[in-house]
Write a new protein. Structure first.
Length: 233
């Protein structure tokens, strides 16, 4: 295998963020005393959260603003008099302790750590992501964690990938590969930085974006054969 540095997105690539997010949101609302209408509220929260993360990745809002505003805007849209700051604190605390691995994540990281360096690249909240990685059982296979908070720039900004590469050490660009589930952040970022990429696409969604992955896989178990140049059916 030609690759020696493997840069992995965390959420919905190695960890099942959707499962963790759902559990944490429900727990948070119950902690705030809400019992009814949580499913509908969660759908509204997801829509608000998605738009705010897009703005964060564009550099138009800060992460501290995002963490509270997603709850404030959600509550306001439903006419709920709940404390968005309390909701943000409770949600992030729950998210730290709610870790669900994607099938094959541990085996994949262990295998690639035997070939080269495995690094995590994430736009998520740094303190929360570090706790989640520690709880996941993946930490022993991870050489470093690069966060947008520490860098000052977020995926897909090329400066973030340059920051991650410098954390890794001396690797040529043709020895690096990014693995992630998001075309607009992970794969587009790889394209802009000039390195190869693997799109983790378990839903087998169509690529209607400008991002061009080098490889595309539907399961983590397909990644090593793909990177080795073997056909994956």
């Amino acid at each position: 295998m030609k690759y020696k540095l493997f840069l992995f997105d965390l959420d919905d690539t190695l960890l099942d963020f959707k499962a963790s997010e759902t559990l944490s949101f429900v727990r948070t609302m119950q902690e705030l005393g809400l019992r009814d209408g949580i499913d509908g509220l969660f759908r509204q929260y997801q829509a608000v959260n998605l738009e705010l993360w897009k703005k964060f990745e564009e550099g138009s809002v800060s992460k501290d603003f995002l963490k509270v505003e997603r709850f404030r805007a959600t509550f306001q849209s439903k006419g709920l008099e709940l404390d968005p700051e309390a909701a943000s604190r409770a949600y992030l605390e729950s998210l730290s302790d709610t870790v669900v691995l994607i099938d094959g994540a541990k085996t994949l990281c262990a295998t690639l750590a035997g070939v080269g360096k495995v690094g995590i690249i994430t736009n998520g909240v740094e303190s929360i992501q570090n706790r989640r990685i520690a709880s996941s059982g993946l930490l022993e296979h991870i050489s470093f964690v690069a966060t947008s908070e520490a860098c000052g720039f977020a995926k897909p900004d090329g400066r973030f990938f340059d920051y991650a590469a410098k954390m890794a050490g001396a690797f040529a660009k043709d020895e690096m590969v990014i693995v992630g589930d998001r075309l607009d952040a992970d794969i587009l970022g790889a394209n802009r930085y000039g390195i190869e990429s693997c799109w983790f696409n378990p839903a087998r969604a169509a690529n209607e974006s400008a991002a061009l992955p080098t490889y595309e896989v539907a399961s983590l178990g397909d990644i090593v054969p793909s990177l080795q140049g073997l056909a994956v059916c």
